[in-house]
Design a protein around this ligand. Structure first.
Ligand code: GUN
Ligand code: ZN
Length: 434
């Protein structure tokens, strides 16, 4: 048996915090320890309690005085957009046509996409992200590169081939038949292999014909445990064009509703400019609305209204994400920093424990994976990160005046980035790149 212990200040959430003072929403242990057996968390507790029944030759990774949390989860990111982050454009559609649809053509070439897959996972790990829901390109080659690399590293990843058969350069288009056939083959090849999970990925209503959206419905019906990921209501011009292309639908969400693409495995990126009807059907279908703050700000798309969406009778399912390469940082800390500011502008508050809940257990719940990841509970996968609140001189100086856990988390969120993540464990294995 492969056994080890991670020692440090452990923090894990048990549910969504209801206020900044909701101490029952998390478990925090000052001299905490996690016992890992074959990549699974076997015990969580005080170091002194755990060490009693340990044999002497067990490996102890001692991270005191750093915090130990479950790995971060990014629920919407584009693997082929690493090399276009920070591309200058006035809005989403210009950015897509000028940079994105050119860049993604490179991923037909397996040697390029293999190389980028390595960079992608190194970068995710450096930033403390251990699971993500990922768009590849239209090319099956890009999906194979993505899953091969993720599987080799034993990471829990969700990914899929983008389906798009109109309104993009011809090099980037599939057809109704090839989009369906390729997706089906990729699902058979990768879904459930090791820790890999598949997301059926129509890019958005603008790049798929009604016939292609129908095949997505067929794919979902044939593979009900796969995810569905797409973009929804990000930019006002996009919204107008989507409605023009689908004139018989009442609104943008109505397009996905018509083709039965809403449901509890549906991940809807952006959800900024929604009507009351749209929010209601998203909520009733238990689809997930994904807040991508750095991308929404960078592309000038708009302000996601977290509290506005939360006014439903049943709590709305919400997640957060980087949306690289519209997004500008791989860091889920930076993502929550910008989320905080977006909400500040709207008079909405986001408290620090809520942010850290969201990027761990909250995002795991949005992916229906809360029993496996996003937590340090026993029997969950040992995807664990170390957080150093004093990683830079500026942070160290700031930390001298910090008095409690909430304040420390807020410093990490506001000032932290990949430098604040000294180590990352994937299924218990130290995996941070040098
Ligand atoms: N809408 C359709 N495709 C994309 C994409 O690649 N990025 C973003 N931010 N929005 C999209
Ligand atoms: Zn996106």
């Amino acid at each position: 048996m492969n056994t080890s212990i991670i020692r440090g200040r452990t923090l894990t959430f048990v549910r969504k915090p209801s206020s900044i003072n909701d101490v029952d929403s998390y478990k925090y242990t000052e001299d905490g320890a996690i016992l890992i057996e074959n990549g699974i968390i076997a015990k969580l507790g005080c170091y002194n309690d755990l060490k009693r029944d340990l044999s002497k030759n067990i490996t102890v990774y001692d991270h005191r005085p750093n915090l130990i949390l479950p790995g971060f989860i990014d629920t919407h990111i584009h693997f082929p957009q690493m090399q276009i982050i920070g591309s200058y454009a006035s809005n989403l559609l210009e950015w897509l046509n000028t940079y994105t649809f050119i860049e993604e053509q490179k991923y037909k070439n397996p040697s390029h996409s293999n190389l980028m897959a390595k960079q992608f996972f190194n970068t995710l790990i450096n930033h403390g992200t251990t699971t993500a829901a990922v768009y590849c390109t239209v090319h099956p080659e890009s999906v194979n590169s993505f899953f091969e690399e993720s599987h080799r590293r034993n990471m829990l990843m969700i990914g899929g081939k983008v389906m798009m058969n109109q309104n993009a350069p011809k090099e980037l288009l599939d057809t109704v038949k090839s989009g369906y056939d390729d997706s089906k083959k990729l699902i058979q090849k990768w879904h459930g292999v090791g820790r890999q999970l598949y997301a059926i990925s129509p890019r958005f209503a603008i790049t798929s014909t009604p016939e292609q959206l129908e095949t997505c419905d067929t794919l979902i019906k044939e593979n009900s445990d796969c995810y569905l990921q797409t973009h929804l209501s990000e930019n006002k011009d996009e919204l107008k064009l989507a409605k023009k292309l689908h004139p018989n639908c009442p609104d943008y969400t109505g397009i996905y509703e018509k083709y039965c693409l809403l449901g509890d495995k549906s991940l809807l990126g952006h959800c900024i400019h929604l009507s009351g009807r749209e929010v209601k059907i998203i909520n009733e279908s238990r689809s997930v609305a994904i807040f991508c703050p750095t991308s929404n700000l960078f592309l000038g798309s708009g302000l996601f209204s977290l509290r506005g969406l939360s006014k439903q009778k049943k709590p709305m399912r919400i997640a957060t994400a980087t949306d690289i390469g519209g997004g500008t940082s791989f860091s889920m800390l930076k993502t929550m920093d910008e989320a905080y500011k977006v909400l500040q502008l709207q008079g909405q508050r986001l408290f620090p424990i809520e942010s850290f809940y969201q990027i761990t257990l909250g995002n795991a719940g949005a992916l229906s994976l809360e029993k496996k990841i996003g937590t340090l509970d026993i029997k969950s996968d040992a995807d664990i990160i170390v957080l150093d609140s004093r990683a830079t001189l500026a942070m160290k100086t700031r930390m001298e005046t910090v008095k409690n856990l909430n304040e420390e988390l807020f410093v990490l969120q506001t000032m932290g980035d990949d430098r604040s993540i000294p180590q990352v464990y994937i299924k218990g294995k130290p995996s941070k790149n040098p």
